[in-house]
Design a protein around this ligand. Structure first.
Ligand code: MRU
Length: 353
């Protein structure tokens, strides 16, 4: 199994996603600031994986804090949480994980029977649990979603919503994995996903490893394939889902959803409930990260655009819920109207939205 980000020997360890597919390197972090840096520079990426990395990083920072009393440990913990909250703005799972770590810290600190060491290790246990639960959530999503994968057909996916984007197994790719393990046979088309190439570098790496037949295309080829009748369903992940089902995901997802509608192809989003943000009524309030121009002006370190050109480089776009056929979550499948089905699923689990 691919382990994306995990705790080992009192350190945070993660696979270096910037080095894939050329090299499989595991990086070991003993300093929480470096974990925050790894989120910022995309060494670890994908909404659930970012959440798990932040939880482990918060635990690491608090474990190594020299604070001699409860008051100073709380100050250190809050400072570390703020640092992680500032890494990337769009993925809901990051803020969900920070909030969960804050609740656990308050409980541990409030227990006067625990000394500071026990409080620190209690946080490590919570962060490890968040990672384990993420893998379980992905497996449940696979079980709920595999029925939507068309037997003998073609499916299209965008970005990387696989094991690498989570603690393991994956969301949209987890659904395809579950269908494949069940004996369904289909062909996966993978959008290369400009500008950072998560599809070409990461999704293709996972599919080749798994021996699931797949074909890489550039993003602009999806419409032609759909027109030829070679795509029977689209599966994507999500970075944040508003209460009405509007979904932020990797830039280019919206165009795919519109294309899918024009060709009457079902369009599925797979995401755990930790990606759902019920505090936002619609997608227009989802903060969209803008990334550096250099991602667009060049390709594989070679400059392709002239100096002086302006660049538009949002990392994500928002797909209006009317284009989404269903949202596959870890607690069941949400159908339209999402403004009713999503809160029902969140409330069923008692999870804070
Ligand atoms: O910029 P990234 O690589 O972090 O963007 C990731 C995506 O957009 C994924 O599709 C999303 O996080 C879902 S992953 C399970």
């Amino acid at each position: 199994m691919i382990r994306t980000v995990f705790w080992e020997n009192d350190s945070v360890r993660m696979i270096d996603q910037k080095a894939l597919p050329g090299a499989e390197k595991i990086i070991t972090y003993k300093d929480y600031r470096k974990v925050a840096g790894a989120i910022r520079d995309l060494t670890v990426r994908g909404a659930p994986a970012i959440g798990v990395a932040a939880a482990l990083g918060i635990a690491l920072g608090t474990l190594r804090s020299p604070a001699p009393d409860r008051r100073r440990l709380r100050a250190d913990f809050n400072r570390i949480c703020r640092e992680f909250a500032g890494t990337r703005p769009t993925a809901r799972n990051l803020f969900w994980a920070i909030e969960r770590m804050k609740r656990r810290f308050a409980d541990l600190l409030g227990d006067k029977g625990l000394d500071l060491e026990a409080v620190r290790w209690g946080l490590v246990e919570e962060a490890i649990r968040i990672g384990e639960e993420d893998i379980e959530a992905n497996r449940r999503m696979g079980a709920y979603g595999k029925g939507f994968v068309p037997e003998g057909g073609g499916v299209l996916t965008h970005c990387n919503a696989g094991a690498l984007a989570t603690a393991g197994y994956g969301t949209a790719l987890g659904v395809l994995r579950a269908a494949w393990a069940d004996g369904k046979r289909f062909h996966v088309f993978v959008d290369e996903t400009r500008p950072v190439l998560q599809g070409a570098r990461l999704t293709c790496w996972e599919l080749v490893k798994e021996k699931i037949p797949a074909t890489l295309i550039t993003d602009s080829m999806a419409g032609a394939l759909m027109a030829q009748g070679r795509i029977n369903a689209v599966f994507v992940g999500a970075d944040r889902i508003a209460a009405n089902g509007d979904t932020a995901n990797k830039i280019g997802t919206y165009s795919l959803a519109v294309l899918a509608r024009a060709h009457k192809i079902p369009f599925y989003v797979a995401a755990p409930l930790s990606t759902v943000d019920l505090s936002l009524l619609s997608g227009k309030d989802i903060p969209i990260e803008m990334r550096h121009a250099s991602e667009v002006t060049g390709f594989a370190k070679a400059r392709t655009a002239p100096e002086g050109i302006g660049v538009f480089n949002p990392a994500f776009d928002v797909t209006p819920s009317r284009y989404i056929s269903a949202i596959i979550t870890d607690r069941g499948v949400a159908k339209k109207p999402f403004s009713r089905s999503l809160p029902r699923l969140v409330n069923l689990t008692g999870l804070p939205g």
